[in-house]
Write a protein that binds this ligand. Structure first.
Ligand SMILES: C[S@@+](CC[C@H](N)C(=O)[O-])C[C@H]1O[C@@H](n2cnc3c(N)ncnc32)[C@H](O)[C@@H]1O
Length: 299
């Protein structure tokens, strides 16, 4: 197998191939205090340190620059979808300002958590967890905000570990769980477990939400992923990618088995479409691949 830490591969992009969005740049400059002229160098430095630590494709692909909850990187060509995403973000902020609780699962650098805090969410409302706790340290290096968000808001945990004490403490007490690019690291069986785990972790009442993104495809199922060894635990170098229909069906089956009802929106975008590279051979995937963005709200 080739070296997964190699920078000469399609999963490692130059910053100029995927520059930060205006919202992410603003976050770094205004929230983190990075000088405008230092932003690119700062992102590249933290990215390379994290890549050398463990080369998750999302680090090489600079996906941590996307503010998944606000959808800042998504095309705005469908006003209805844009409005739903923006409304969901405002709903989440308002829940958090009214004593709600938010957990960013598989948070890595926790950019969505930082954006919420920047936009006024109380520190006491946010939590982030990742199975690789070291990424949390890299998140602090990126956002330089240890004086704003104390380290105890973040913890290392495997979301599927039902015995984990940090997660147990939050069970049934959360209003929003966010999982951006987490689901596809699991086999389809574990994705279904994740759905059940999320429902258990949220408050047992209408209005609680599960938001995020997962890898999508024009056909659902297992697909080869060049760098899958660093991504997947249990699907032998393949990842299970969803269509909006398969995502909704999975959610419906698992949530109904738990006697709950949900309103689920899920949309498919081609990966990297905002960079104009949807089928460029230098882009890491083919045109059939994409991102499924979802918002599930309990009825
Ligand atoms: C593709 S990265 C996405 C990171 C981040 N959410 C983002 O959008 O930039 C997936 C993250 O999930 C974490 N992860 C993988 N399995 C996990 C598990 N069982 N429980 C919690 N986190 C997990 C990985 O360590 C990694 O940081």
């Amino acid at each position: 197998m080739s070296d997964p830490k190699s920078k000469d591969q399609s999963f490692y992009l130059k910053l100029s191939d995927r520059p930060p969005t205006a919202a992410f740049t603003d976050l770094l400059e205004t929230y983190s205090g990075v000088r405008t002229e230092d932003v690119s160098q700062h992102i590249e430095k933290v990215r390379d340190e994290a890549w050398d630590h463990y080369p998750f494709p999302s680090i090489g692909l600079l996906l941590f620059q996307d503010l998944g909850l606000t959808g800042d990187d998504l095309p705005k060509d469908d006003p209805e979808i844009t409005q739903k995403i923006q409304t969901a973000y405002q709903t989440i902020l308002s829940k958090l300002k009214n004593r709600g609780r938010f957990l960013d699962v598989g948070c890595m650098f926790a950019q969505d958590t930082r954006k919420l805090v920047y936009d006024g969410a109380p520190i006491s409302s946010v939590y982030g967890c990742d199975i690789r706790g070291d990424y949390i340290t890299h998140g602090y290096k990126l956002f330089r905000d240890i004086h704003i968000i104390p380290p105890e808001r973040f913890f290392a945990a495997d979301i599927l570990d039902e015995g984990d004490t940090h997660l147990k403490r939050l069970e049934g007490k959360l209003d929003v769980i966010n999982a951006v690019h987490l689901m596809h690291v699991f086999s389809i069986e574990d994705q279904r477990k994740l759905v059940r785990r999320v429902i258990t972790m949220l408050k047992q009442k209408p209005g609680v939400m599960f938001t995020g993104r997962t890898s999508g495809n024009l056909t659902s199922g297992y697909h080869e992923l060049t760098n899958a060894e660093s991504t997947t635990k249990s699907a032998e170098g393949k990842i299970w990618e969803h269509t909006p229909e398969s995502f909704k069906e999975m959610w419906k089956e698992e949530s109904e088995a738990m006697n709950t009802q949900w309103d689920v929106d899920c949309w498919f975008w081609r990966f990297g479409v905002h960079t104009g590279k949807k089928d460029d051979p230098n882009w890491h995937r083919k045109e059939e691949h994409g991102i499924c963005t979802f918002i599930a709200t309990r009825l």
